[in-house]
Design a protein around this ligand. Structure first.
Ligand SMILES: Cc1cc2nc3c(=O)[nH]c(=O)nc-3n(C[C@H](O)[C@H](O)[C@H](O)COP(=O)(O)OP(=O)(O)OC[C@H]3O[C@@H](n4cnc5c(N)ncnc54)[C@H](O)[C@@H]3O)c2cc1C
Length: 555
C-alpha cells in the first residue's frame, strides 16, 4: 500500500510566526492556548468553527472526586480496572489528583455546572454528581442535564478569546514542517496550513506558520467508522500528520464503541446521536428484540457494566438473534416518565427527531465508534518524543486510558493536560529552529477522491468494529488497499479529499494494529482470541515506512 507521506497542496503564499500554534479548538487545544496566552503569542488553527469537535457534544460530563465520601484512591482503582492492565498507574494518579482542581478551574472561568439541590443527598450549592458505567461512586460533574460539553466549549471559547488568543477558523492543518535542533536532530519548526474558502472545502490559500511549540489537539478518529457518535470534523488528522512526520502512534486498535448510540435505520451513516450512559445511571435497562434483558448474567454491574462489556454483549445478542442478525436493541427509560425530558434535554430532542417519546417508548440503540484510547504517545504535560511537538486531548496516548477509557475521564484529561502544557509553555519554550524542509512549490502526491471515503468507513465498521477476527481484519486490509489504489494526483486538493486521505491512513493503522494484537483486552475484542494474553500486556506502536503501515515496537 502506498499511503502519501505528505498531503498535496498548492505552494505556500504567506508566512506567520508565533510562539505557540495550537491545532484544534476543543477542550484540550483551548485550555493549552488559554494557559500559555498571558505570556506567549498563541494562535489556534481550527479547520471549521471553534466548536466543531467532540467537546461540544459531550453529554455526561467530567469525572473528578468532589464528594468527601468518595476518594482519589477509588477513582484511581476504577480507571485502572477499565484500562485492563495497560494504564500507566503513575499517570492515572496524576490525572485523578488534578481532576478536582481542573473542574474548579472551569467553574472559576464561568462554567455553570448543575448544582446539587437540598433534596439530593449531596452538598447543596456544590456541583451535582452523577454516576456512569465503571464508576464506583457518583463523581461526574454535568451541565444543562446532558449539555455538559457545550458548556465546557462555551466557557473555553469565551475565555480564550477574552484572553487574546488569536483564532484562525476554517484553516486546515496539513503537515508538520521540520527543522534541525542544535545537535542536528529533528525538531518541529512549524506547520503547513490551508485557509479554506467560504464554502469550507476549497483552498483559498496555503501558508506556513512557524512556531517554537506546535500543539496537536485535533481530537480522535471516530469518523474512520461509518457509524459513530463523533461529529464530522473528527477525522484523525493529527494522528495521520504524526504518522507522515515519521512518528509512531500507540495502541490505536483500542477504539471504544459506545453501546447505546441511537439507531436510525439500517442505512444511517455518519454521526449518530448518543444516548448517554447517564441514562442507564438513572436506571434505564437494555432489552433485545425478543424482550429479554441483555445484561443479566453478563456482568455483576449489569446495565452499568463497563462500556466494552455492554457493547460486546449487545453485539453478541444482535448476532444471535433468531432468524438472523438484529441491528439494534432497545433501551427502556420509561420508568423516568416525563422527568426524562428535563434530565436529558438533548437526548429528548434526538429521540423526538427519530419519532420516539423516551418517556413512553423504548429507544432503539446500537454500538458505534465513540472514543479512541490510542494516539500520539505523549506525557500528561503534552510533551512527545519529538522536540517542538506536543499532543493533548484525544489525539494523544498518555497512559491514562490504557486499553479502555473510564467514562468521562477524557474531558477531564483534555482540560488537565491542555492547561498543564499551556502553563509549561508560558514558563519555557524550546529554542527556535528554521524550517529545513520547506514544502515543495507545486502540488505533489496523491489524495483520496472524497467519493471513496464511504468505502473506507464501511470497511472499518464492517470488519474492525466491536467484534473482530483475523479473517475480517484481513478483509479490512484488502478493502483499504483497494481504496489506496484509487489515490490519485488528479484529485483536487480540499478539505474532503485531505480528510479522506487521513481516514485511509488512520484506518490502515487501526486495522493493522487490531490484526497484530491477537488477544481480547479492554475495548479490543477478538472472537478468535477471546481472552487477554500475558504476552500482549503491552503497548503496540505502528508507523509509516515508505507509505506502508508497519509495527514499530511492542513495549
Ligand atoms: C457524543 C459524544 C459524547 C461524549 N461525552 C463525553 C463525556 O460525557 N465525558 C467525557 O469525558 N468525554 C466525552 N466524550 C469524549 C470527549 O468529548 C472528547 O474526548 C474530548 O472532547 C476531546 O477533546 P479534544 O480537545 O481532544 O478534541 P475535540 O473536541 O474533538 O476537538 C478537536 C479539534 O480539532 C480540530 N481539527 C481536527 N483536525 C484538524 C485539522 N487538520 N486542522 C485544524 N483543526 C483540526 C477540530 O475541528 C476540533 O476543533 C464524548 C464524545 C462524543 C462524540
Amino acid at each position: 500500500m502506498q499511503l502519501p507521506t505528505r498531503l498535496p497542496a498548492p505552494a505556500p503564499s504567506w508566512e506567520r510566526d508565533v510562539d505557540v500554534v495550537v491545532l484544534g479548538s476543543g477542550a484540550a487545544g483551548l485550555a493549552a492556548a488559554l494557559a500559555a496566552r498571558p505570556v506567549r503569542s498563541a494562535l489556534v488553527v481550527t479547520k471549521d468553527v471553534l466548536g466543531a469537535g467532540s467537546t461540544a457534544w459531550a453529554q455526561g460530563g467530567l469525572a473528578g472526586v468532589l464528594d468527601p465520601a468518595d476518594s482519589l484512591e477509588n477513582h484511581v482503582r476504577d480507571t485502572l480496572a477499565a484500562g485492563a492492565g495497560l494504564c500507566d498507574e503513575a499517570v492515572v494518579r496524576e490525572l485523578v489528583a488534578e481532576a478536582p482542581t481542573a473542574i474548579r478551574y472551569l467553574m472559576r472561568l464561568g462554567a455553570a455546572f448543575d448544582a446539587a439541590d437540598a433534596v439530593a443527598s449531596q452538598h447543596p450549592g456544590e456541583p451535582a454528581l452523577a454516576r456512569e458505567g465503571g464508576h464506583s461512586h457518583r463523581r461526574i460533574v454535568h451541565s444543562g442535564g446532558d449539555r455538559s460539553g457545550a458548556e465546557v466549549q462555551r466557557t473555553l471559547d469565551e475565555s480564550a478569546v477574552a484572553a487574546g488568543v488569536d483564532v484562525l477558523e476554517r484553516a486546515f492543518a496539513l503537515d508538520l514542517v521540520m527543522g534541525l535542533d542544535a545537535a542536528g536532530g529533528p525538531q518541529v519548526a512549524g506547520v503547513l496550513i490551508a485557509s479554506l474558502d467560504d464554502a469550507g472545502d476549497g483552498v483559498a490559500s496555503v501558508g506556513i506558520v512557524t512556531a517554537r511549540a506546535v500543539v496537536l489537539a485535533t481530537g480522535g478518529y471516530g469518523q474512520v467508522f461509518a457509524s459513530t457518535s463523533n461529529p464530522p470534523a473528527v477525522t484523525g488528522d493529527g494522528v495521520a500528520m504524526a504518522l507522515r512526520a515519521g512518528l509512531a502512534v500507540r495502541d490505536v486498535e483500542f477504539v471504544q464503541f459506545h453501546p447505546t448510540v441511537m439507531w436510525r435505520g439500517p442505512d444511517a451513516t455518519g454521526q449518530q446521536a448518543l444516548v448517554s450512559e447517564a441514562v442507564r445511571g438513572e436506571g434505564a435497562i437494555l432489552f433485545d428484540g425478543a424482550g429479554e434483558r441483555v445484561m443479566v448474567g453478563v456482568h455483576p454491574q449489569e446495565d452499568l457494566a463497563p462500556r466494552d462489556v455492554v457493547a460486546a454483549a449487545i453485539s453478541r445478542r444482535m448476532a444471535a438473534a433468531p432468524g438472523g442478525i438484529d441491528d439494534h436493541v432497545l433501551l427502556d427509560a420509561t420508568h423516568l416518565g416525563e422527568r426524562f425530558y428535563e434530565r436529558f434535554p438533548s437526548i429528548t430532542a434526538a429521540c423526538r427527531a427519530a419519532g420516539v417519546d423516551p418517556a413512553r417508548q423504548r429507544i432503539p440503540v446500537a454500538p458505534a465508534a465513540h472514543y479512541v484510547c490510542g494516539g500520539v504517545p505523549a506525557r500528561l504535560d503534552g510533551t512527545t518524543s519529538m522536540p517542538g511537538l506536543y499532543a493533548v486531548g484525544e489525539v494523544s496516548c498518555t497512559g491514562v486510558h490504557g486499553a479502555n477509557r473510564l467514562a468521562s475521564n477524557s474531558l477531564t484529561e483534555s482540560v488537565v493536560s491542555g492547561t498543564r502544557l499551556g502553563r509549561d509553555l508560558a514558563w519555557e519554550l524550546p529554542n527556535r529552529v528554521e524550517p529545513v524542509d520547506p514544502p515543495p512549490p507545486a502540488p505533489i502526491g496523491a489524495a483520496l477522491d472524497p467519493a471513496a471515503r464511504r468505502d473506507v468507513r464501511a470497511a472499518m465498521s464492517r470488519y474492525v468494529g466491536v467484534l473482530r477476527d483475523a479473517d475480517g481484519l484481513a478483509a479490512a486490509s484488502s478493502a483499504l488497499r483497494s481504496a489506496a489504489s484509487k489515490l490519485s494526483v488528479e484529485v483536487p486538493p480540499g478539505r474532503r479529499s485531505w480528510e479522506g486521505t487521513n481516514l485511509l491512513t488512520v484506518g490502515s493503522a487501526v486495522a493493522m494494529a487490531a490484526f497484530e494484537r491477537t488477544e481480547s483486552r479492554g475495548c479490543h475484542r477478538r472472537t478468535d482470541h477471546p481472552e487477554p494474553s500475558e504476552r500482549w500486556r503491552r503497548h503496540l506502536d505502528v508507523r509509516l515506512d515508505q507509505g506502508d503501515v508497519v509495527v514499530a515496537a511492542a513495549s
